[in-house]
Write a protein that binds this ligand. Structure first.
Ligand code: NAD
Length: 422
């Protein structure tokens, strides 16, 4: 097998480009369209001054990147974290382009971020930071331009502040400006659970494809936040025994299976933290990745499965809940081992799909119940799974490259039809 050409496997934008290149070459992508898609359409860096509670002024740095808006308004979350950087936001924006195309929702790809540590900010500081960031990016966003959503460390309350800031400038309520809002403010039923619920659907489809019975399978989950917590519950509901779940500080392992009721009660109170959870033995946070289990769901962050640990992974199926958890160099190792990987741009697409439903409901002014949302979500994700696997089987590639090929082909087709405005 050819050696991977990627130099810096942990640079997320290089990782994205590597897979894009492989897909583009296999598709024989038009060289002009290739050049357009290689570079984000637009990226802005903003400075975000915030009056702190002690009277001092701090200036934070924020980003919004629109990778492609050719298929529809940009769509992508906003991340508040100390290690946010432009390359990461660029990669996340491009992944959104491919993800929206993979599930065929009419959005392009965008992403935002602010370099900050939300744990060190008071609620008032967080609100002022959110509102000023929104004010700074307002020129390039809008329900028909670019629609932000939550990501790491941003939640429905932060979306409510973003929506309100926009509404104050427009002089009227505009619900379709962000998704992931609270229900009372035009949010959608099922949005909070959508990503983890989608991970469950993709796990079910992967098991069927691999001829495995969920009731005789074990699973482990990295991440105990929104995606990890709901994914654990979704797998458990399919009869899979959850042996371990982790957060940034620890893995909790129980060979008899984690008590899901106790875990859910703990996570409701501790928001993504397992600190103090007594449901099993406490191991190193990274231990979760290489435990002996049939299914692994990385649902925490980027670059956790790399060339350094991929060979030690025991799982037969990996369903990526996080964005970019596996590096291209690790892909090769997993492929050689015969591990079936549901790639992030399909595995965690439940979130953006229900964000699309939220936006549709906002524009209609007509709201669906949770069952309606989940039924529509299942239809879209199962279709996407079959289309991705169909492409991978026809082309003899991994599901990841199959997903990239399907997505790049869809985006390229729109570019061809629209042509270039000169
Ligand atoms: P979250 O903040 O709710 O939870 C993150 C969890 O990961 C926490 O339990 C945290 O302790 C753990 N974690 C953080 N850094 C870690 C590290 N270095 N090692 C191990 N564990 C670590 O975030 P979330 O919304 O659940 O998002 C998790 C991932 O899923 C991110 O990659 C995000 O981009 C992706 N994602 C989220 C959504 C969504 O709807 N929330 C949708 C698509 C993709």
């Amino acid at each position: 097998m050819a050696q991977p050409t990627i130099q810096n496997e942990e640079n997320p934008y290089e990782a994205m480009l590597y897979r894009f290149d492989v897909a583009a070459e296999k598709l024989g992508l038009d060289p002009g369209v290739y050049k357009i898609l290689k570079i984000p359409d637009r990226e802005i860096t903003v400075s975000v001054p915030v009056q702190m509670d002690d009277g001092s002024l701090q200036v934070f740095r924020g980003f919004r990147v629109q990778h492609s808006i050719v298929r529809g308004p940009g769509k992508g979350g906003v991340r508040f974290a100390p290690n946010v950087n432009l390359d990461e936001v660029r990669a996340l924006a491009a992944w959104m382009t491919w993800k929206c195309a993979a599930v065929n929702v009419p959005f392009g790809g965008a992403k935002g971020g602010v370099i900050c540590n939300p744990k060190e900010l008071s609620r008032g500081e967080l609100e002022r930071l959110t509102r000023r960031y929104m004010a700074m990016i307002m020129d390039i966003i809008g329900p028909d331009r670019d629609v932000p959503a939550p990501d790491m460390n941003t939640d429905p309350q932060i979306m409510a502040w973003m929506m309100d800031t926009y509404a104050m400038h427009q002089r009227h309520a505009e619900y379709g400006i962000v998704t992931g809002k609270p229900l009372e403010l035009g949010g959608s039923h099922g949005r909070v659970r959508a990503t983890g619920y989608g991970v469950g659907l993709m796990t079910r489809e992967a098991l069927i494809r691999q001829g495995m019975d969920p009731k005789s399978c074990t699973g482990v989950i990295q991440g105990a936040g929104n995606v990890g917590g709901v994914s654990a519950d979704a797998l458990y509901n399919m009869g899979i025994k959850i042996l371990a779940i982790s957060d940034v500080d620890q893995t909790i392992y129980n060979d008899k299976g984690i008590d899901m009721m106790a875990l859910k009660a703990h996570l409701r109170e501790h928001r993504g933290s397992l600190e103090g959870f007594k449901g099993g033995e406490r191991l190193d946070p990274q231990a979760v990745l290489t435990l002996d289990a049939d299914i692994l769901v990385p649902a925490a962050t980027e670059n956790v499965i790399t060339s350094k640990n991929a060979a030690d992974i025991k799982a037969k199926i990996i369903v990526e809940g996080a964005n970019g958890p596996t590096t291209p160099n690790a892909d090769k190792i997993l492929e050689d081992k015969g591990v079936f990987v549901v790639p992030d741009i399909l595995g965690n697409a439940g979130g953006v799909t229900v964000s699309y439903f939220e936006w549709v409901q906002n524009r209609l002014g007509y709201y669906w119940d949770e069952r309606d949302v989940n039924d529509r979500l299942e239809k879209i994700m199962v279709t996407a799974f079959q289309e991705v696997c169909g492409m991978a089987d026809r082309e003899g590639t991994s599901a990841r490259i199959g997903a990239y090929m399907l997505s790049v082909e869809r985006v390229a087709a729109v570019h061809k039809l629209r042509g270039i405005y000169a």
